[in-house]
Design a protein around this ligand. Structure first.
Ligand code: ZN
Length: 455
């Protein structure tokens, strides 16, 4: 095994993936609509000699690209979706949409998908040149931003024969990050009876009252839940803007999070009881629940985390030119660390057990195969995801550099797993130990046609 040979093969094709990522940045397609982005990538991988399967799990913008045969089966995951309203002119250090209200890549998924394909293509060339045995797969996963593409893929069994997988996310830091709370996003609609609120209120039954009682009941529940849980909500239908009409319909959107999927489902069942109680008290009908999405908790795999961290550290720090540092300096004031001494974070955070604060659909994959992911700096220090400054930096040489580094980390880690049986056995042992007594289950109705969620 020669990582140097792998990296030099990858270096030859760097420009291809910079072009691919920049093109995907320009397409800026939303969840489940990544048609142009995935067509470009599919065709590239087909030309590279991968076998393509598409659609997958009834998703047109999902595809699997496969090379080789037999055991082990190792995979790389990618995403391509943009965000609504996040359009921004490239490289401009002030908020200036290219087109007001248009979509933009404010989470760096243009780099994410293209970098993962860079890893897959580089590793394939190495495997061919050196006769490495096994099956290499790339999964194009749609709709990470709220659509839960990987949940549909996991539930369809698409990862069932995968021994281990890797993934990455563009960031303002360098670390292994496998934290994720279990989460369900759900709409709770109520139906009452409209009436004139002054002339005949006794004939009305207020759906808004039911929503208020649901929210109040939830406040009382908070005392009696594990502190790692999070319950937050928005009233998404107040029943109309007229105070003199008893609201006939009203709705709240709830997001319920917990450290494990099992406990999240328990909380969800308790809140459903509050919904029923609220309907009973107000003589309205509870017309839900309508689940938008549901993600599992992230199951960590220590052996995979160590492997990725080792590969990341070996490639750090990235060398930045004075021009790149000056470029990043312009964006620093708009991030979460405006006074930081450095313009770009070139350190590696070695903590592989960060506290989970958000949720991700990669976590569902962690329930069906061993997976770990890295975050690699592609922006100025402190640049937050889902903001204009993130979109602005998505085609920069810093972004490209981070993408190439992430691709090498993933390709290098998988090469070790392809060539070191004992290491892969350890990864599988960790997977089995972490899942003892657990069975993958999702609240998401994965038998429905995947589509853009109604928020
Ligand atoms: Zn993202």
């Amino acid at each position: 095994m020669s990582k140097e040979q792998l990296y030099s093969l990858m270096k030859e094709r760097e420009k291809d993936f910079e072009g691919m990522s920049d093109a995907v940045w320009g397409f800026a397609e939303l969840c489940f609509n990544e048609y142009k982005s995935t067509a470009l990538q599919r065709e590239y991988m087909e030309r590279e000699g991968f076998r393509i399967t598409t659609p997958v799990a009834r998703m047109d913008t999902a595809f699997i690209a496969e090379y080789g045969s037999g055991s082990p089966v190792l995979a790389i995951l990618g995403e391509n979706d943009a965000l609504a309203g996040q359009s921004q002119a490239a490289d401009v250090p002030e908020e200036r949409p290219e087109a007001p209200g248009a979509n933009g890549h404010a989470c760096g998924h243009n780099l994410l998908g293209s970098g993962s394909i860079e890893a897959a293509c580089g590793l394939k060339r190495y495997m061919e040149a050196n006769g490495v045995k096994g099956t290499l797969r790339y999964y194009a996963c749609p709709a990470e931003e709220g659509g839960g593409g990987k949940v549909y893929l996991a539930a369809s069994g698409a990862f069932d024969d995968v021994d281990a997988a890797v993934c990455w996310h563009p960031a303002a830091e360098n670390c292994v990050d496998n934290a994720g709370l279990a989460c369900v996003t759900v709409r709770f609609p109520f139906e009452g009876r409209a009436a004139h609120a002054a002339a005949e209120p006794w004939n009305g039954r207020s759906a808004l009252d039911a929503v208020e009682l649901l929210c109040t009941g939830t406040q009382y529940l908070r005392e009696h839940v594990l502190p790692s849980s999070r319950i937050h909500y928005a009233i998404t239908d107040t029943g109309g803007g007229m105070g003199n009409v008893v609201p006939q319909h009203a709705e709240a959107q709830f997001i319920i999070r917990a450290a494990t999927s099992e406990y999240m489902e328990e909380l969800y069942a308790r809140i459903l009881k509050i919904c029923e109680g609220a309907a009973l008290m107000t003589e309205t009908s509870f017309r839900g629940p309508n689940i938008i999405s549901s993600y599992s908790d992230f199951v960590r795999n220590d052996a995979m985390d160590k492997l990725l961290l080792k590969n990341l550290k070996a490639l750090m720090p990235m060398d930045y030119t004075p021009e790149e540092l000056a470029y990043a300096e312009q964006f620093k004031p708009f991030g979460s660390m405006p006074g930081a001494a450095e313009a770009i974070d070139s350190s590696v955070d070695e903590n592989t057990r960060r506290e989970a604060t958000g949720s991700t659909d990669v976590a569902d994959v962690s329930h069906v195969t061993a997976i770990s992911q890295v975050r690699v700096a592609t922006t100025a220090i402190g640049t937050v995801a889902h903001g204009w400054a993130n979109t602005a930096q998505g085609k920069s040489s810093i972004a490209h550099k981070g993408m190439h580094t992430a691709a090498r980390v993933m390709a290098g880690a998988l090469l070790e797993l392809f060539t070191d049986e004992a290491l892969l056995a350890k990864v599988r042992e960790d997977f089995d130990a972490a899942h003892a007594g657990r069975k993958y289950h999702t609240l998401m109705p994965t038998d429905r046609q995947p589509s853009m969620p109604k928020l």
